[in-house]
Design a protein around this ligand. Structure first.
Ligand code: NCD
Length: 307
């Protein structure tokens, strides 16, 4: 690890703009075939919530950098015996783990842990409750950057369950920072946030309003796991009002691209033919995710943008 202060990736707002740019450049270069660094480091994946792409993506990224990767099976770990997360982290650090990738259902849990862990142990926030998901926002931006579109030309709408989405919070912070041309957020009233900074974001109340002239739209899953069951919308009705279909996309800019962090719920927030169609960037996001996480791990190790 670097001898400078230990780096963590907790949220987008705590990254300076040079670091953001460096991460985007590096992920783009790695995707284009640049040789990865070799990092003599150990990373532990600690996921207290289900995950397919984020966990596998961090694991593959670490492997491609030659790192040792430990996946902690939570149902077999000492957390089932009452060990606190802080003690688990200190235990892993004592065994030589350099970095923990943490996903946790509690909003703010990663920030709290960062104030408790021993120096030299880096934390990477892979999603904390409704809080933040910085690596997702960075990979989304890197996917768009790879299209060659300038930030000022980007007219992006984020649509769906914004209120419960850490992807939306981190994405809004990042795209605002990048100075994109137009940034809209839209969803049903009970899925609009009451605790997110929406300065510089146009709030729309219908899907059509959000889609008009947009050249990129990011659809979000309904985060039922963060809602009271009584608040669960009817999927069919939701699809009629808020589901992205080819027909609804007619009012968007020609060639409007479609993003989704996954997992997708076909026929709910997005029609299957849109998800699988030529506008869809969904699998490109997944592919870029590995390169962005490689760039992040290199940055944690002090390999680029020494700030
Ligand atoms: C997102 C998450 O976990 O916040 N998924 C992901 O990391 N790709 C979005 C979601 O679960 O809907």
């Amino acid at each position: 690890m670097t001898d400078k202060a230990t780096r963590h990736l907790l949220d987008i707002d705590s990254l300076d703009s040079d670091t953001v740019q460096s991460l985007l450049n590096r992920a783009g270069a790695l995707a284009a075939g640049s040789a990865p660094s070799h990092l003599d480091m150990t990373v532990a994946n600690l996921f207290f919530e289900p995950s397919t792409r984020t966990r596998v993506s961090f694991e593959l990224a670490a492997q491609r950098l030659g790192m040792r990767v430990i996946n902690i099976e939570l149902d077999r770990s000492s957390s089932t015996k009452g060990e606190s997360l802080t003690d688990t982290a200190a235990t892993l650090a004592a065994m030589g783990v350099d970095c923990i990738v943490l996903r946790h259902p509690e909003t703010g849990r990663c920030h709290k842990l960062a104030s408790e862990v021993p120096a030299g142990l880096s934390l990477l926030n892979a999603g904390d409750g409704r809080g933040h998901h910085p690596s997702q926002a960075l990979l989304d931006a890197a996917t768009i950057a790879a299209l060659g579109m300038s930030w000022s030309a980007l007219d992006l709408s984020i649509v769906g369950d914004i209120r419960h989405s850490r992807v939306a919070r981190s994405g809004l912070q990042l795209f605002r920072r990048l100075g994109i041309g137009r940034l809209r957020a839209a969803g049903p009233p009970d899925m609009m946030p009451d605790d997110m900074d929406l300065a510089g974001v146009e709030v729309c109340t219908t899907l059509d309003e959000a889609l008009e002239d947009a050249n990129a739209v990011m659809m979000l899953r309904i985060q039922r796991e963060r809602m009271d069951k009584t608040g669960w919308p009817d999927s069919k009705h939701y699809h009629q009002e808020w589901g992205l279909t080819e027909a609804r996309l007619a009012s968007a800019a020609p060639g409007c691209r479609v993003l989704h962090p996954g997992p997708i719920n076909r026929g709910v927030e997005i029609a299957a033919d849109v998800a699988d169609g030529p506008r869809s960037l969904i699998l490109k996001q997944v592919r870029m995710g590995v390169f962005m996480r490689m760039a992040i791990l290199e940055w944690l190790a002090g390999r680029h943008q020494a700030n």
